[in-house]
Design a protein around this ligand. Structure first.
Ligand SMILES: Nc1nc2c(ncn2[C@@H]2O[C@H](COP(=O)(O)OP(=O)(O)OP(=O)(O)O)[C@@H](O)[C@H]2O)c(=O)[nH]1
Length: 558
């Protein structure tokens, strides 16, 4: 037994020395066959132990590499989230590279795992908080007047997804953040009114001036926003310049400058409008004062003339009285003649004075009247100009600048009025919500200008075929709304399907590529119990169905 132990020790020694051979050992022990067998068996065991150690070593090395890779990836993912976690992961990487003690690694790994659990909990809370803020902000955004329909739709989907899953939220947070930051900027300009008055949480709005703009959509939204602004003639060129200078990948600071320039322009325009109204009012009040003075003066002159008239009349009466008393008192015909002569002269002078006075008075009055007339004419002209300007501004505020169709505000006003009328008279009123199919593709492939042109051509086609029988408006983005009064269902669907075919056949050509455009539409009739929102929602749902069914179709919902 002690011999076998010695043999094992020797064989281990030999195994560790690769230059030695087993032959020498065999030679020494050749006289013992039992020992020989034992040694051979041991040799095999040793060889297989060496083999399996190599395999284990390789496996260990591979696992070590995998773990190191994992730690590196984890570090990259967690980078910047939590500084202490970052530090711990860096320390772990160093320990691994130094092949440090396994116990040391284990302690740190446990610590990191604990940190990650805490981080995950915190993240969950953050997301829940974000979810809450998102719902509040999204609700507020939905109530914004003039929100383009594609944004409204995206927002609705976002809100719905957000209520159902927080993963969807995480996925959409960047999009939302951009939307919110853009709208916050535009809201501040006061061009879009936030009816809800709910403040949009700032915690999910990035500091836009510190982050580079990488998303083209913000620029596009802004450019669409600029398209919709109606400013006075004087500022239109400047506005067009701001819009023309918007370009892909422009630095955030430059975009902010554009926001500011647009804001500046709007406030100037507003101020000018206010000033021109002020000028008109002060001119009006000035003119009124002049007229009032003129009227007062005329009255005064009239009064003065009346007195002078009375005086002259009295004078004449007195002279006539004197004439008759002179006749009564006269002694001779000669006396009478002399007396009458002198009195008639006096009367003639008075009459002449009277007629002179009357001509003068007539002239003065005429002059005053002409003066007054011209002042009133001026005033009338100014009022007409002002009225015309107000009319033009009102018309402009109801018109979509790009397509020259009615805009969303005009639609809201018209639809609300028509609903009341049709419910009162019990006459048919239909609402159509139409949306271009795959319009984004045009913008993305051929550029925004091609997109704009497409919108104009399609708007003109809507006008050409529907204007006589309906009220057409651009609801926003690539969405149109049409209101039909006194149309039955069959003729309405025929008109829409015929328009759909006309649009499909429009020969669009961009960069030598023939492109066909289509639209989907949802239609509904307004019911007695409907309000604006319910009717719109139903038409919009029909539109969704048309999109979901494969687009380029009209869906009617009862
Ligand atoms: N050129 C241009 N593009 C606009 C205007 N308003 C909205 N858009 C673009 O219209 C596109 C709408 O895209 P989506 O909402 O994805 O709709 P879509 O591509 O038509 O897809 P479907 O509606 O599902 O058929 C976006 O790219 C907007 O930027 C505009 O005034 N001019």
């Amino acid at each position: 037994m002690s011999l076998s132990v010695t043999a094992i020790k020797i064989s281990l020694l030999l195994a560790s020395n690769k230059n030695s051979t087993y032959k020498d050992f065999d030679f020494c022990m050749s006289n013992s066959s039992t020992i020989d067998r034992e040694l051979i068996a041991l040799k095999r065991k040793l060889e297989s132990a060496i083999d399996s150690k190599t395999i284990t070593d390789d496996q260990l090395k591979h696992q070590h590499q995998l773990f190191t890779d994992f730690i590196i990836k984890l570090s990259q993912t967690c980078k910047g989230i939590d500084i202490s976690l970052d530090n711990k992961l860096a320390k772990l990487r160093t320990l691994f590279n130094k092949s440090a003690d396994i116990e040391q690694i284990e302690v740190l790994t446990n610590d990191i795992s604990h940190s990650l659990q805490n981080f995950s909990l915190k993240n969950d809370n953050d997301i829940r908080q974000l979810q809450h803020e998102f719902l509040t902000a999204g609700g507020a955004l939905q109530k914004i007047n003039g929100l383009p329909s594609d944004l409204r739709r995206k927002l609705r989907t976002l809100l719905k997804d957000n209520q159902e899953s927080k993963d969807a939220l995480t996925q959409y947070v960047p999009l939302l953040t951009q939307l919110l930051s853009f709208y916050q900027a535009t809201l501040k300009k006061g061009n879009i009114t936030d009816q809800a008055n709910v403040p949009i949480s700032t915690s999910i709005i990035p500091a836009t001036n510190t982050q580079p703009v990488t998303d083209l959509r913000v620029i596009r939204r802004f450019s669409e926003f600029l398209d919709k602004i109606n400013v006075s003639q004087k500022y239109q060129t400047k506005l067009r310049k701001i819009r023309a200078e918007l370009k892909e990948n422009m630095p955030n600071e430059q975009l902010l400058d554009s926001f500011l320039a647009a804001f500046d322009l709007l406030s100037h325009d507003l101020l000018q409008q206010r000033n021109s109204a002020k000028v008109f009012l002060s001119t009006l009040s000035e003119a009124l004062t002049t007229v009032q003075t003129a009227v007062g003066k005329t009255l005064h002159v009239h009064q003065k003339h009346k007195q002078q008239h009375q005086q002259l009349n009295q004078q004449l009466q007195g002279q006539l009285r004197e004439l008759s008393s002179g006749l009564e008192q006269a002694n001779s015909l000669v006396d009478i003649k002399v007396d009458i002569n002198s009195k008639l002269k006096a009367i003639a002078a008075t009459i002449e004075q009277k007629s002179h006075f009357e001509t003068e008075q007539q002239g003065e009055l005429e002059h005053k009247l002409i003066d007054m007339q011209s002042k009133v004419n001026d005033l009338e002209q100014q009022s007409k100009n002002f009225e015309q300007r107000i009319k033009e501004q009102h018309a402009k505020s109801l018109q979509d600048a790009l397509t020259k169709l009615y805009n969303r505000a005009a639609f809201d006003e018209h639809f609300a009025r028509e609903i009341v009328r049709c419910q009162h008279n019990r006459t048919p009123l239909a609402l159509v919500v139409a949306d271009l199919d795959n319009f984004k593709r045009i913008n993305d492939t051929y550029g925004h200008t091609a997109g704009d042109k497409t919108l104009q051509v399609i708007a003109n086609t809507f006008k050409k075929y529907l204007e006589d029988i309906s009220f057409i408006a651009r609801y926003g983005g690539e969405e149109f709304v049409v209101i039909f009064t006194d149309q039955d269902k069959t003729s309405l669907l025929n008109a829409l399907n015929s328009l759909r075919e006309k649009v499909e056949k429009l020969p669009f050509k961009f960069k030598n590529n023939k492109v066909s455009m289509t639209f989907s539409a949802g239609v509904t009739f307004v019911k007695q119990e409907d309000n604006v929102h319910i009717a719109f929602e139903r038409a919009d749902t029909a539109l969704y169905q048309a999109k979901a069914n494969g687009k380029n179709q009209v869906i009617y919902l009862e």
